[in-house]
Design a protein around this ligand. Structure first.
Ligand SMILES: [Zn+2]
Ligand SMILES: [Zn+2]
Ligand SMILES: [Zn+2]
Length: 135
């Protein structure tokens, strides 16, 4: 069969952290002239998996590791609002038993009492939910 035409399309996303573009899916269509005289078309669709391993539409890019995370695994730190993926975040329980989703920095801030005096007031108020300050 003789190939008479091909088409390629790429769905690309832009990574805001490293400023590169990456394919999230690509489609290729190749048209052939069949021996019988008709036209035969072959279409291939490729989906890239997100860094979390899921083959799902991307939800965003993790601000810590800069990887593309799918809609299900992507989230935001409940303290600072930074976009984070599952490996760069953790759950932490406050003194009232409420479970919160925090980026690594915020969860280690919560654990490290020393730095509390250096941080801004609203954030300090937020942290006071977790631990008692030593005045
Ligand atoms: Zn990450
Ligand atoms: Zn995922
Ligand atoms: Zn945070």
């Amino acid at each position: 069969m003789e190939e008479i035409r091909s088409e390629q399309s790429h769905h690309v996303v832009h990574n805001p952290w490293d400023r590169r573009e990456g394919d999230i899916s690509a489609e290729e269509v190749r048209h052939f002239l069949a021996d019988s005289g008709g036209i035969e078309s072959h279409r291939t669709i490729r989906h890239a998996a997100c860094h979390c391993g899921c083959i799902k539409p991307p939800g965003g890019f993790c601000s810590a590791c800069q990887e593309m995370i799918c809609v299900d695994c992507f989230s935001r730190c409940e303290a600072c609002g930074k976009p984070v993926g599952p490996w760069c975040s953790g759950l932490i329980q406050n003194t009232t038993g409420q479970i919160l989703y925090l980026c690594r920095e915020c969860s280690s801030s919560v654990k490290r009492r020393k730095i509390f005096r250096a941080i801004s007031f609203p954030f300090r108020m937020f942290l006071s939910l977790f631990v008692e300050f030593e005045e």
